[in-house]
Design a protein around this ligand. Sequence first.
Ligand SMILES: Cc1cc2nc3c(=O)[nH]c(=O)nc-3n(C[C@H](O)[C@H](O)[C@H](O)COP(=O)(O)OP(=O)(O)OC[C@H]3O[C@@H](n4cnc5c(N)ncnc54)[C@H](O)[C@@H]3O)c2cc1C
Length: 400
Amino acid sequence: MAAVRLARAGVAVSLFDPTHPREKPCGGGLTGRALALVSDVVDIAALPAVVVKSANVEPPGPHGAAAAVPLIDRGATPASSLVVLSRAVFDRALVDAALHAGARLIAEKVTGVRLIDSGASALVSTNRTEHQATVVLGADGANSLVRKTFSVPFSRQQLSVAAGFFVHGATSTAIDIKSMMRQPGYLWSFPRPDHLAIGICAPATERTTSTDLRQQSRAWIRSHDLDRDGRLEPYAWPIPSIGYKSSDGNRSAGRGWMLLGDAAGLVDPLTREGIYYALLSGQWAADALTSRSPADAPLAYQRRLDAEIRPELVRAAALGAMFFTPAFSSLLVDALQESQAIRRVFVDLVGGVQPYRGLRRRLLGTRQWALAGRAMRVAIGPRFTSTMKRAISPRHQGTV
Ligand SMILES: Cc1cc2nc3c(=O)[nH]c(=O)nc-3n(C[C@H](O)[C@H](O)[C@H](O)COP(=O)(O)OP(=O)(O)OC[C@H]3O[C@@H](n4cnc5c(N)ncnc54)[C@H](O)[C@@H]3O)c2cc1C
């Protein structure tokens, strides 16, 4: 995305990546806001993709009916949609757009980056060659070499593990989501035209291994009878899941370098949506470089991330702790079954239209007081005091 925007602005861009076309371990779900960002870059309608019609949200544990939520809902905001495609297809289309705009693809793995001329230039080395550049944009994912060189590598606490299978020979027009009992996090099944991407994500603690998550994915696949004809292709990959705090020292830019997408830790720690933030940060890095001097652009970019993305990630991380408890997940399934208004909020959340900011107010605006009371009991457990009870009683509804 950065390469497209910069090349279109007439900047000389060299894009280093030896892997395309390649599948990336990913659901491949593009929310409405991600689709809007790439609308003038990639013609999604021309690519093999699945427009998701509904979501089945399963309760945690082996029993209980799933809530079936139509995602293409007349009451939801028009922009709230979810399209799923293979990353081999989508990422290749992005690379092609960059080449079409004038960027040069150097299909070599970067082995080192360093600043020279007191930071006025950077030297990028591959196994074969060396290239000099004014600025290096590290869009090199969760294991970013650029991040390790210029900032601090992610700690284990800042990572999630995601592991599962591509199930070839099966497809659908629905996504499936299920909170897991064994560890915080959730299972998803995302349909592509000729296969399903199924996996489970969980915080990368000592106890969570990709083998264990894959076994749980496999059990779900079996319980849904999806492994009868399908060939299962295993994968596992880290996802940065950072609840940013201002003091955590995670710099994403400095003189001569900027980090984008996963390399900057820009993934929603609750939903693990990262494609939107990767695209957005690519656009913002290009904005900074085309509107300021190379010396000033990194700081402007960092400030924009801090002001506009990080607060959302902090809110998501704060919600995450409660969201994946079995009690809350069960409540969510009940709420989706019982309330059309809550279903609409959910559709907008899945589509990336409803930010975490304003979420509480919108939920309260649904006036689902009984559900709100149960949610508060789940959220604060034994500390559910008479004050809280009063706050949600019909007499006080107007003041909540
Ligand atoms: C299992 C899983 C499911 C996910 N599902 C979703 C989803 O459905 N929707 C969503 O929005 N997000 C999802 N995410 C998150 C999403 O995949 C990432 O946030 C997103 O891909 C980040 O894009 P990126 O460009 O920053 O990094 P990446 O997509 O990881 O791309 C990094 C690129 O850098 C290249 N590279 C790395 N090192 C070098 C090097 N030394 N030299 C040259 N090239 C290099 C790699 O080859 C790669 O092409 C998921 C993640 C996982 C792991």
